[in-house]
Design a protein. Structure first.
Length: 376
């Protein structure tokens, strides 16, 4: 049996190596390393895949969120609502721009933003909501968008973990994660479902005027070379990464289906254990399982399970051990332990098991066997 990885990037590459080399050679042969044809081609392909009017490539997923917020003239101190149960990047861009992150709860079963708590936290200073499509499934965007419209708020989707996931509205309309709010962001970090071989990110929007402003901001605020209409940043997806992503985008649905098959096997196998709570998929969304994250009924066993699996050669990860409202960096905002019971409970109970596109049945069986053996 091959060694088990959380993400087998080498195995994935070996299956598309020749296609990748052809596209990289095109970039090298033309020396169009920045904003070359590969970037424009990938942009168009991703727009078509997502059925969105505009994709603005950028340097990474964190920049994508920051650039979106830079495009709006929110006053300093404006409040931006964000779940505490998320990776810190979602929160840090809010603070970096001088806005106030207002943390809210998540649902204990789907791990996504709690719509009731969200609406309760809206004040006259609230300007935007950042729903995070955590672990691979969409937040409840239909209800969230209704709340946003009611209170005249902007919505910026963090789709770093859910690219390719579908959201189905009550009228039957289907939209891709990241294309429902005013703007969406995603990351092409190598381990993502659509990962580059370095950093990369993108912004998605159907708003023509916003797209024009975003394109200026990512390129030093330029609408024309050396003419700077706004304060911007230098955040570009380089041509080599775009060439790689153009190839991998063709396989994204297959990659996501492979993850779904692994998750199905896990769900069936772990259903026999009273100790394990398998991840719940909401009815309105598909789940692309960027992470396969279980909860343990007994939180005191979580770290022991992590160590036990490691001793068997099985990696596992804890996403995330400390909620953002209790991180030292955000203590300034005055949150305390007990403010978000669901979030704090999840941080003590969740553990993510290996799931990726190249998992062999033998590896899956070994993981299942050892997880169940730990609880036997």
């Amino acid at each position: 049996m091959k060694p088990i990885q959380m993400a087998d990037l080498i195995g994935q590459y070996s299956n598309i190596k020749e296609e990748i080399k052809v596209e990289i050679d095109k970039v090298l042969d033309t020396a169009t390393f920045i904003n070359g044809p590969a970037v424009k081609d990938f942009q168009k392909d991703l727009e078509n895949y997502l059925a969105v009017k505009h994709v603005i490539p950028c340097a990474n997923g964190t920049d994508a969120l920051q650039v979106i917020m830079m495009a709006y003239d929110f006053p300093k101190g404006a409040e931006v609502i964000v779940p505490s149960f998320t990776y810190v990047a979602t929160v840090e861009v809010i603070a970096l721009l001088g806005f106030k992150p207002v943390f809210v709860e998540v649902y204990p079963d789907t791990f996504n933003i709690d719509i009731e708590d969200l609406e309760a936290k809206i004040t006259e200073w609230t300007m935007a909501i950042v729903p995070v499509h955590l672990y691979g499934q969409c937040a409840d965007m239909e209800r969230l968008m209704a709340v946003a419209k009611k209170h005249d708020l902007k919505v910026f989707e963090d789709t770093a973990q859910a690219i390719g996931a579908d959201f189905t509205f009550s009228n039957g309309r289907v939209a891709k994660a990241g294309t429902i709010g005013d703007a969406g962001s995603t990351s092409f970090f190598p381990s993502k479902n659509l990962g580059a071989y370095g950093d990369g990110g993108a912004i998605m929007t159907n708003d023509d005027a916003l797209a024009a402003k975003l394109r200026m901001i990512v390129n030093h605020g330029q609408s024309e070379r050396y003419y700077h209409d706004s304060i911007g940043v230098n955040s570009r997806l380089d041509s080599l990464q775009a060439a790689i992503l153009k190839v991998k985008l063709k396989y994204l649905d297959g990659y996501n289906q492979a993850r779904q098959q692994v998750a199905k096997r896990y769900n069936e196998a772990f259903s026999v254990s009273d100790e394990i709570i398998t991840p719940k998929k909401a009815d309105f969304t598909t789940h692309v399982y960027h992470q396969y994250t279980i909860k343990l009924n007994d939180a005191s066993k979580r770290n022991d399970l992590n160590k036990f699996l490691s001793a068997q050669g099985i990696p596992s990860m804890i996403y995330y051990p400390v909620p953002n409202h209790l991180q030292k960096a955000y203590s300034y905002y005055g949150y305390k332990e007990g403010d978000f019971p669901n979030t704090e409970d999840l941080c003590s109970r969740v553990i993510s098991l290996p799931i990726h596109t190249e998992m062999e049945k033998e590896q899956q069986d070994f993981i299942i066997e050892n997880v169940l053996r730990f609880f036997a």
